[in-house]
Unconditional design. Structure first.
Length: 536
């Protein structure tokens, strides 16, 4: 009613005035509903919290706190899933299995276990500590049912033109469905973990669990237990002698490496999936450490155009080049045709001018009015253009958003700008050595400009000599037009008054013929003034 009926009745301002409060209330209600029902609704809420391109801040901010933690299933039901998948009793596969889960989420839950190991001669070896991820019973049926309901709601939403004009509802649901079905396929997750492990095989301070394929199916995933200090357990990290600032910088650097070198990234870096494993004590008294990654249900591949766009974006940000930011957006294919590039450029320039180089605490200390004004302008730009981001870019944005929060928690003065600069230098070196095509493209553009420069210069000089040179400035032209209109109105007013009063005086003096002529002149002047005002 507020968004559809009231604006049509002339209460648009009233509907807009309390919109944020109403949206936040709806988001809170959805939050509680998702927690109560679990399953797909939690995933929908988490996914929507990352869709800053289509959802208003009042909703995304509330849903950002939606945790994927629900009550665990009964162990009898978990055992049934395991034995159905393995086709044998639990004891044949494990020498020990904890009935209490260490984590419980909407899709599945995780248990610790001891894996039976045999030597090459068939002899029994020391049991191996593992974690076993087991899907909830009938989760596939629940997912299919919830997605079917979501599609129905999506068709309803398409009847509302403001939403249909801004968002491709069916495409969004398709993207979400694909992501969710990948997440409930543990074979897919196992392959993600293996790919990630292979990518970092030569880097000793990155630990990724080994997948035990003999104990893995589509609904069961068994991996090495590599848990260490939770990355948000700051007291334990400090007690181990590990420098939290180094952890933050290393973590951010590893994510940039995933994007620009491997083009494959861990897309769910929340605190439960990241650990710090202390190592040996260094000469300076600090303790070396390794970063531990677990849970690869959400992972993303970075397409070549995204890599190129992000590279451009990093170089543009470091150079504070608003035009290069526009080029980055175009490479990323996030701007729709006809987007207001001048306004996008202006927002980027103001952002560089006011926020570039500030740490997160410094950003938080900014005056609320200033920060909100800037955010409002940027959000308004997003919603009015509009543009819709591809799924993998959403995953990447969500990952780095969570990552920034983790790094700031580890180091309150964490400065993302300082972390990006070394990568910008590396990318520029790569441009200089290997990316000759990029330089060739730049050279061609420059050559075209230089070739056309003499001709354009001659044209400008010719028009200047002939007095035909025009300076186009929208605001200036508008001001000139207003002044010109005012001058015409003043001239018409003077002539109208002169003709009218002159005619009255002559009429009173008895000069009827001349009085009629002046009266006609006054009428003609008045008519011309009306026509001029109408055309202005």
């Amino acid at each position: 009613m507020w968004e559809v009926i009231l604006p049509r009745l002339g209460f648009k301002k009233k509907a807009k005035h309390n919109r944020d409060r109403r949206l936040k209330k709806a988001a809170v209600q959805f939050h509680h509903l998702a927690v109560d029902m679990g399953g797909v609704l939690i995933k929908v809420g988490q996914w929507l919290s990352a869709r800053l391109d289509v959802m208003p801040p009042a909703i995304t901010e509330e849903l950002a706190g939606l945790q994927d933690e629900v009550l665990p299933e009964k162990f009898e039901d978990v055992r049934l899933v395991l034995e159905t998948e393995f086709g044998a009793s639990l004891e044949e596969y494990f020498s020990g299995f904890s009935p209490e889960p260490i984590a419980s989420a909407s899709i599945g839950q995780v248990h610790t276990a001891l894996l039976k190991k045999q030597g090459s001669n068939g002899e029994s070896l020391e049991p191996h500590q593992v974690v076993v991820k087991v899907q909830r019973p009938a989760i596939e049926l629940l997912v299919a049912t919830d997605l079917a309901a979501l599609r129905v709601v999506g068709r309803w939403l398409e009847w509302y033109k403001p939403i249909k004009r801004r968002v491709d509802i069916q495409q969004l649901i398709k993207e979400f469905s694909n992501t969710l079905y990948e997440e409930i396929d543990y074979l897919h997750e196992g392959k993600n973990a293996q790919t990630f492990k292979e990518n970092f095989a030569s880097i000793p301070d990155i630990i990724v669990p080994e997948v035990h394929w003999s104990h893995t199916t589509r609904r069961v995933l068994t991996l090495d237990d590599v848990r260490a200090i939770k990355i948000t357990d700051y007291e334990s990290i400090e007690a181990a002698g590990v420098d939290r600032k180094q952890v933050a910088n290393r973590l951010f650097d590893i994510y940039l490496q995933q994007v620009f070198e491997h083009r494959f990234f861990h897309a769910d870096p929340h605190p439960g999936n990241l650990f710090v494993a202390p190592g040996e004590v260094n000469e300076d008294g600090t303790t070396s450490f390794s970063l531990v990654f677990v849970d690869f249900g959400m992972a993303g591949y970075v397409k070549p155009n995204v890599v190129n766009g992000l590279r451009e974006l990093i170089l543009a940000v470091v150079a504070r080049d608003a035009d290069r930011v526009i080029k980055a957006y175009q490479l990323l294919n996030v701007l729709i045709p006809g987007a207001d590039l001048d306004r996008v450029r202006a927002v980027n320039e103001r952002g560089f001018e006011r926020f570039w180089g500030l740490t997160t605490p410094e950003l938080l200390e900014l005056g609320q009015a200033e920060a909100l004004a800037f955010l409002d302008e940027f959000r308004d730009l997003i919603y009015n253009n509009p543009f819709q981001l591809p799924e993998n870019l959403i995953l990447l944005g969500r990952a780095f958003s969570i990552l920034n929060g983790i790094c700031t928690g580890l180091d309150e003065n964490f400065n993302v700008w300082h972390s990006v600069v070394p990568w910008a230098e590396k990318l520029m070196k790569a441009e200089g050595s290997g990316s000759w095509k990029l330089w060739a493209g730049e050279a061609v553009d420059l050559a075209r400009t230089l070739v056309s420069l003499p001709r354009r210069t001659e044209s400008i000089l010719t028009r200047l000599e002939q007095g035909r040179l025009e300076v186009r400035n929208t605001d200036l032209s508008r001001q000139v037009q207003r002044v010109s209109h005012s001058m015409r109105s003043l001239a018409f007013g003077v002539f109208f008054a002169a003709f009218l009063f002159g005619g009255i005086q002559l009429y009173l003096a008895g000069h009827l013929t001349i009085a009629i002529v002046l009266g006609a002149g006054a009428a003609i002047t008045l008519l011309a003034a009306v026509i001029s005002t109408t055309r202005a």
